[in-house]
Design a protein around this ligand. Sequence first.
Ligand code: NAD
Length: 476
Amino acid sequence: MHQIAFAQGDGIGPEIMDATRRILDAAESPLDWHEIAIGEKVYLSGETSGIDAASWDVLRRCGVFLKAPITTPRGDGYKSLNVTLRKTLGLFANVRPCRSFHPFVPTRHPDLDLVVVRENEEDLYAGIEHQQTDEVVQCLKLITRPGSEKIVRYAFEYARVYGRKKVSCFTKDNIMKLTDGLFLKVFKEIAAEYPDIESDSWIIDIGAARIADTPERFDVVVMPNLYGDIVSDITAQLTGSVGIAGSANIGETFAMFEAIHGSAPDIAGKNIANPSGLLRAAIMMLHHLGEQHTADKIKNAWLCTLENRIYTEDIFQSGQNAERVGTRAFADAVIEQLGNEPKTFRPTRHSSEVKMTIQPYKRRPAREKTLDGVDVFIHWSGKNVDDLAARIATLHPEFKLLMITNRGVKVWPNGFEETFCTDHWRCRFEKTADAISNTDVAQLLSLMAENGVDFIKTEHLYRFDGDRAYSLGQGQ
Ligand code: NAD
């Protein structure tokens, strides 16, 4: 028996969870169910994270969580439970298989069958944001080697274990050469370890456009967090309905499974919600637990139900003896098909050997880090940048002012009058001595403070083993 935690959630959550549990129980899934309370009631009881301490204990004991959608109350002060769960439990991979079920679910892309693997913990979602001047706010985009290696390796392992042929990487490395560049570099390194799997890489904008146009050309796609958030929703919608896709959030020691849709308060309590998204998430959970046979049995029964044209409201198509049913009756129809295999769709048959393994990250030896200079960001509301340059250029003999940029565009020396400037200036100082240290940087800042220069942040210009590790920063 596997111990699993589950939550009924809000809105349509209890209805679709009931339908899903009935199907899993009828298929004799070896599961011990442990209910936890999360969501709206918990939020409104004063728990701003939407989950209490006792529920955390159950989650950590079980290690696997089937979650119905919840309603996050509007207003300040309520934290997204999903983000909290992902970050606290190290759920680094978000896996969303998207497939069309043509001709039984209407779609413009009948051959779509791809899996979006989204990095889940970092990128712009690290949530590190600051206002630095009257006019400028920033959000830090963090891409790490461990994060990139873990997600890319996961995508290739997934492809191998589930018999997929190709993994495609989406980034914007032509613009973000260091951050997205690292993700792509790691992708190429790891692709070389999987010669049996084809690989290619796309700039995210054209890649996303191709998915919208000809999704059948893709198989597994892997990408950083923000791109994955957007592309996975677009892809799910292309299959014809967001009501039928499930997703997995996977970590080294914990996994969470859920439908991709929300709590749908507009149809809650009406017995019309489609339970398929949560059911397909539960099928992914059974795979994760190594219960391939039960997972396949349920998947095939669900495919038979579609082939019999038994539909919930959201995917109902009239004609061809289609039958429109409610949530409960849909679950009954799936239960009736347990043991049968579909005729139009290819039946699902996974070997019982199928099991994903996650290799722990191995840290590499540290590289030699040397300092070339420093970028000092300054809050200044003046107009003539020559005035600013004159104030800071000769403050410290170990540093030469190399350039000043505004929003990444070089405005000094030899700037254009036409360039629009905010009150946020990046001043690049290059070392004039052979070697400089943090003490020199601190002295430069100290001199700025004494001269009334309002510095608001610094970024060090490093080399690692002699390789430049900062952008040239001229808006190129
Ligand atoms: P939603 O996904 O709940 O609903 C969007 C539309 O899709 C609605 O018209 C709804 O009726 C329909 N729909 C969704 N699931 C359906 C299903 N299974 N069967 C039939 N129709 C379905 O999105 P929303 O309305 O933007 O959000 C409602 C609430 O859900 C919000 O409080 C939001 O924060 C929350 N939410 C939770 C999660 C989660 O828990 N993972 C995810 C997204 C949204």
